[in-house]
Design a binder for this molecule. Structure first.
Ligand code: COA
Length: 330
């Protein structure tokens, strides 16, 4: 029997050059570097240059992942860009990335929005498409310019987010039980109002008044998101482990969505997995939404934290509220 496993052939990431520290933020809004660090674990974040958009960052991360995979743009026949901040509302930023990279016109290219769970949603989607045998090499990217949709006057949100991109190249393997061995996706659609942008969509198209009121910026009920995030990540992780008859101590590394260190610590406690088996880089990036998991994955691989035969657990939650987990055997 021929197996079609979907394996990760390469990873890459990109962060804009400009670093904004908590000290710098405390000069423009009513906050303190200590408050931000103790409540979130964030020390600094990368912010794009004015002429830099999501597709530009996605292209850089994708180039690094292709180089790592020793493949060319011409080899890609599927591109999924997970983002909630596409360059334009129309068309999909994936098509801009395709063009800039020189990916052939026979490749399927689309954006996917599952907010901060977007990368895991895209990974599961691409993995199923690869396993179907109809696609050979996929580029899955998470890229976000959150600095464009946060209200820099709202101290309850602006201190938490950053910009960046991460990417993986996927391919087929005839070996069974390797690569993306499973995923669990879900959503609490009754909680759309916990994290959303009120105006500028088809329900309430932008008007001069809505823009003056700042209703095109992200609004968040932080405390409620926090509680649901811990529950969703714990459940998503437990479900996938159970489905695959794995114990928590068989997971060599957890790559969680990087939103808040206290959320990650609570999840670690519930799952009874020590914090030294969680990869954490949110102190340097803040929350980069769908870019956070692939950036962390790329860093962890390059830091030697992932070895042949290891099982890595990815787990995330995001606006929607969406959640997702995935298991990768290397
Ligand atoms: N600087 C200083 N004080 C701030 C502040 C800031 N940047 N932001 C909020 N505060 C104040 C609040 O106004 C509040 O003041 P009050 O008690 O006088 O009303 C106080 O700090 C405590 O706020 P609270 O919301 O209770 O803090 P918290 O411990 O819940 O932490 C978050 C706030 C946002 C850090 C936390 O709730 C969180 O991380 N939630 C999840 C958010 C998330 O992950 N979103 C992304 C989803 S993908």
């Amino acid at each position: 029997m021929v197996h079609n496993s979907c394996v990760i052939l390469g990873t890459g990431s990109y962060a804009p050059a400009r670093v904004v520290t908590n000290d710098e933020l405390a000069k423009t809004i009513d906050t303190s570097p200590e408050w931000i660090f103790t409540r979130s674990g964030i020390r600094e974040r990368h912010i794009t240059a004015p002429n830099e958009a999501t597709s530009d960052m996605a292209v850089e991360a994708a180039k690094a992942a292709l180089h790592d995979a020793k493949l060319a743009a011409a080899d890609i026949d599927l591109l999924i860009l997970a983002t909630l901040t596409p360059d334009l509302l129309l068309p999909a930023a994936a098509c801009q990335v395709q063009h800039k990279l020189g990916i052939p016109t026979h490749a399927a290219c689309f954006d996917l929005n599952a907010a901060c769970s977007g990368f895991i949603y895209a990974l599961d989607t691409a993995s199923a498409m690869i396993q179907s045998g109809r696609y050979k090499h996929a580029l899955v990217i998470g890229a976000e310019k959150l600095s464009a949709i946060v209200d820099w006057k709202d101290r309850t949100t602006c201190v938490l987010f950053g910009d960046g991109a991460g990417a993986v190249v996927l391919g087929r393997s005839t070996k069974a039980g390797v690569g993306v061995i499973g995923a669990k996706l879900g959503a609490y659609g009754d909680s759309t109002d916990l994290l959303y942008i009120p105006k500028g969509g088809s329900r309430h198209p932008a008007t001069a008044a809505s823009i003056a009121a700042g209703d095109h910026f992200m609004k968040m009920k932080g405390k409620e998101v926090f509680k649901l995030a811990v529950r969703a990540m714990d459940e998503a992780a437990r479900d996938i482990l159970e489905q695959h008859h794995l114990r928590a101590d068989q997971i060599t590394l957890v790559i969680p969505h990087q939103a808040n260190l206290r959320i990650i610590e609570a999840v670690a406690q519930y799952l009874e997995i020590p914090m030294d088996r969680f990869y954490v880089n949110l102190d340097r990036y803040g929350n980069t939404s769908s870019a956070s998991v692939p950036i962390a994955l790329d860093e962890a691989r390059k830091a030697g934290r992932i070895k042949h035969g290891d099982i890595t657990l990815l787990v995330a939650f995001g606006a929607g509220l969406t959640y997702g987990s995935a298991l990768i055997r290397w």
